[in-house]
Every structure is written in C-alpha cells, then in structure tokens.
Design a protein around this ligand. Structure first.
Ligand code: MEV
Length: 330
C-alpha cells in the first residue's frame, strides 16, 4: 500500500491567459489531496472518495457501475474527479508497463472541487505518484507533472495548460509559459487569504468562453496579452519582494478576468470586501465562475471582512507550500 499527497494552488497571476501561451504564476498552498493505492489481484478499479468539498462527503464509486453517489456537489464534478483518477491509473499502468494492473484507491482531499484551488491537479498528481510506486516504479516530479498534464488535457477536452499540474507536482511558486515550466527560487512571504463562496465553476466551459471572446473581439485577444504583461510585471515585483505592487497587479488581473467574463457576483463581492479591508490586493483564482478568491493581507482585516460577506461561505489563511508531491504514511 502506498499513499501520496500533492498540494492545491492559487494563481497569483495569469490563469486563462496561460492557455494561450502567456506566462502564469501559480503558488502551491498547504491544502492537500491524498491518494492511497493498493494493488488488487484482478484488473478492477475501485475508488473511494472522501472529503472532496470543505463540508465533506463520502462516495463509493465502482468504475463498473452507473450508481449516482449521494453527495452535495454536482454529479458532473464527481464524475470529473473520478475521471481524473481513471486517467491517473492509465498513466501508472503505462509507466510501469502493467496494462492490466487493478487498484483499490482512496482519495481524501482538503481542497474543494472545482473551486479554483487545483483540486483535480492535486488528485491526479498524487494518484500517479501513489499508483506508480505501488507498481514499483518511481517517477520524478517533472515526469509526474507531464503525465498529469496529459490527463487534465484529455479530461478537459484539450483546454488545459501545464500550470496547475506542474505547480502541484513540484510545489512552491512556479512560472509556466507554454511548455517552459520552472520553479521560482526566491519569493517573499506571501500572506494569502482565501474566500470561498461554496460553489464551483466549469473549467471547460469557462475556458471555451474566453476562447470564443478572443476569436470574436481583437480587444479580448489584447486583454489576454495584457494579462501576460501583468504577469511579467508581477514577476519583477516578486523578485523585489514588493508586496504592495503585487497586490495592485492582482487587482488589475482580476479586472481583466472580469472583462473576459469569468468572474461572478459572489467572487466580485469577496474581492471588494477584501480590498475594502486591509488587503493589498485581491483576485479570483483558477477558472472562475464561482469558487475562490485570493487576497494578500498581513493583517486579520480581509479574513474578518470576508466572514461578514454574504456571498462568502468560508475563509481561511493559506501558507505557501514548498513541497510538491510526496509520499505519506499509509
Ligand atoms: C484553471 O485552474 C486554470 C485555467 O488557466 C485553465 C488551465 O490553465 O488549464 C483557467
């Protein structure tokens, strides 16, 4: 039996634009998905998933059956989560050259599904690591990132960048531009505060919406390129440790994501609540449409303001997680 975990992430800058080759800077956070894998005697796959939202639920999913789990998130999100696990298993079978290997898999996650915190990337990264190790093969974090990207790409119908999966595999703050993925070696202490509206967005649909806007309007294509400019300015601010500038650029980035139609009323309300407290800046994180915002705040102000924001279900502080995928005690 092998257990591995991998972190979720927030986007400091650059989601959506990264799909079109602009750079992005996601940062791993100390909220993990943990996948435990046991090889079976036959070639079947059984998945037990627990705590896939902050509220938590348990679903017993048998890859063979059509059963509908009784859960409080949408069926499509659960199916997507299981799709990621099936993809991870395919990658492990391929890496170990064991096409008929069967597994008993348990997924536990402290990262809400579809909320912009990289739950799917964390599950697929941890899943590939645990399943390959269970078959006696050890992949590097970069190999795992590569294989996890292939899974996301397939599950999301070709609408995925390498950002989420690379960040989850290697941890810390990273920079992704097309195929060029690297760790950012030195980052200041980033006081992240997360606001979560309890909802989720459909990444595939949101990415398709931006793609359509970009094709219809030159100024939407320009907006995507401008997000790339913000990311480059953000990298310089990160190198200088200039948190005030990072915050201003986060605000700018949110405005442009909003213009591209991927924000939501609840996300805007949380962003404004954080900004009107002591936050240095705030933006949605991930695909948008619902889910989470990330603010930068050294004080308790943003967390307190978010607690009193009607659209905010939960708020918490998140530390940068320097660790990527790692083996855990089973
Ligand atoms: C989703 O977490 C981030 C997007 O940029 C899509 C991707 O990069 O694959 C919206």
């Amino acid at each position: 039996m092998v257990a591995s975990s991998a972190p979720g992430k927030v986007y400091l800058f650059g989601e959506h634009a990264v799909v079109y080759g602009e750079p992005a800077v996601p940062c791993a956070i100390e909220r993990r998905a943990r996948v435990t894998v046991n090889e079976r005697d036959d070639d079947a796959l059984r998945v037990h998933a627990e705590d896939l939202t902050l509220d938590g639920f348990t679903v017993e999913y048998d890859g063979e059956s059509e059963t509908t789990p009784d859960v409080d998130v949408s069926q499509s999100l659960v199916e997507a989560a299981v799709g990621y696990i099936e993809g991870a298993v395919e990658q492990a079978r391929d890496a170990a050259d064991r096409p008929d290997a069967g597994f008993e898999i348990t997924v536990e996650s402290a990262i809400p599904l579809g909320a912009g915190l990289g739950s799917s990337a964390a599950v697929v990264v941890a899943g590939i690591d645990a399943a390959t190790r269970e078959l006696g093969v050890e992949l590097t974090a970069r190999d795992i990132a590569d294989r996890a990207f292939r899974v996301e790409y397939e599950v999301q119908d070709g609408q995925a960048s390498r950002a989420d999966t690379f960040c989850s595999a290697v941890g810390g703050a990273v920079r992704v531009e097309g195929e060029d993925c690297r760790a950012i070696e030195s980052v200041p202490n980033l006081p992240f505060v997360i606001g979560y509206d309890g909802g989720a967005g459909d990444t595939g649909e949101l990415v398709a919406g931006v793609r359509a806007l970009r094709e219809e309007y030159d100024f939407a294509a320009d907006t995507v390129e401008t997000i790339g400019d913000i990311v480059r300015a953000g990298e310089a601010a990160l190198a200088d440790g200039d948190l005030a500038e990072i915050g201003r650029l986060m605000d700018f980035n949110h405005g442009l994501l909003s213009a591209l139609g991927v924000s939501a009323r609840s996300l805007d309300e949380m962003v404004w609540a954080a900004r009107q407290s002591d936050a240095l800046g705030a933006k949605l994180t991930g695909a948008g449409g619902g889910g989470c915002i990330v603010a930068l705040d050294r004080t308790d102000g943003a967390e307190t303001a978010l607690k009193y924001t009607p659209g905010c279900e939960t708020t918490f502080r998140a530390e940068l997680d320097a660790d990527g995928v790692r083996v855990e005690e089973p």
